[in-house]
Design a protein around this ligand. Sequence first.
Ligand SMILES: Cc1cc2nc3c(=O)[nH]c(=O)nc-3n(C[C@H](O)[C@H](O)[C@H](O)COP(=O)(O)OP(=O)(O)OC[C@H]3O[C@@H](n4cnc5c(N)ncnc54)[C@H](O)[C@@H]3O)c2cc1C
Length: 382
Amino acid sequence: MDLYFRDEHRMLQEMVRDFAKNEVAPIAAEIDQNERFPKELIPKLAELGLLGIPFPEQYGGAEMDTLAYTLAIEELAKVDSSVAITVAAHISLGSYPIFLFGSDAQKEKYLPRLTAGEFLGCFGLTEPGAGSDAAGTKTTAVRDGAEWVINGSKMFITNAGYAGTCVLTAVTNPALKGTNGISAFLVETSTPGFIIGPPEKKMGWRASDTRALTFENMRVPADALLGPLDNGFKQFTKALQGGRISVAALGLGLAQAALNAAVKYADEREAFGKKLYRFEGVGFPLAEIATEIEAARHLVYHASYLKDQGKDTTQAAAMAKLFATEVAVKATQTAVQIHGGYGYIKEFPVERYFRDAKILTIGEGTSEVQKLIIRKGLYKDR
Ligand SMILES: Cc1cc2nc3c(=O)[nH]c(=O)nc-3n(C[C@H](O)[C@H](O)[C@H](O)COP(=O)(O)OP(=O)(O)OC[C@H]3O[C@@H](n4cnc5c(N)ncnc54)[C@H](O)[C@@H]3O)c2cc1C
């Protein structure tokens, strides 16, 4: 993989690896079991520059590229998926749309506080009746003098309970068909009428914060609009492309962690007088997964590289997300199987890895949605 990396990438990788080993690994099982959001890690992540990796120094960011960001998420995910998604959602979903589409005033006001970890950022797109199909968005924003009045609700919003800002989508022009009348807004979570629900109880990512939001006659100033009016769908499509690469990186890191655990266990455990890995029924699945992880790694790094070159990553990000997250599901399932009964109890981390993997094929566009995007690319002239 030296093809892709420079010294600064390797240094960042080393730094995140040390952080994950020293600060995250010791609490990973506990925060999962207690469904506890590890807020004590936020200042530490900020101090290392990990809450602002791709943003300019002017806004307190580390001014590094997508490859660097990908590596950081991969390293965190090798140890704890909840911490990895907390950072990924904060950067790709909560902060990146502000960087991409915000006015100078919005960027100057919020990005330095987001990169400094004063609060996290969140992103509200999904609604009770609109996930894959954003055209079903029911939240509305109606102009009233110098303000917008927002009503509606959002589901499954990562970091919502610890966020100071929320980028959300709302219908601003119901007369326009499909997704054309949707706009994005940047609102402070302390705004009256911004109601944050209790944390959801989840199968995996149990130490990440996921909540429903309700907006009740929430009045925000006219300049809370993020980017041009009625352009929200195009904006979040672009933001999600970056988000998908980071979820793919999460899959890559988690799959690698599962493989490492399974390789180790199959070398330690014996049955019928020999080490497990010497049975083809154990060694061959390990070989297959190792190969698929290597393929996923190329897709993920290549999508990151293309983004850094300013190329269109629609297809590359969808392929990386589809493949790497499905590999993560397969790798974690195989790791549990190779651990036998011990894979099913909490003493071994593969049980947590298995539960953390499934959401990766659902969040930020399901596997089916990635296939829709890839298919569209195959027929783009028609
Ligand atoms: C833990 C967690 C964190 C999340 N964080 C956020 C967040 O921070 N912000 C946010 O906005 N959202 C977030 N989400 C929401 C997530 O992105 C959505 O759940 C996801 O996009 C799927 O939408 P849905 O749940 O409405 O499922 P649906 O869209 O109802 O899909 C249900 C099933 O139908 C399939 N399907 C739908 N349409 C098609 C089609 N055309 N062809 C084939 N199959 C189809 C889907 O692939 C899926 O299998 C989060 C979800 C979870 C669980």
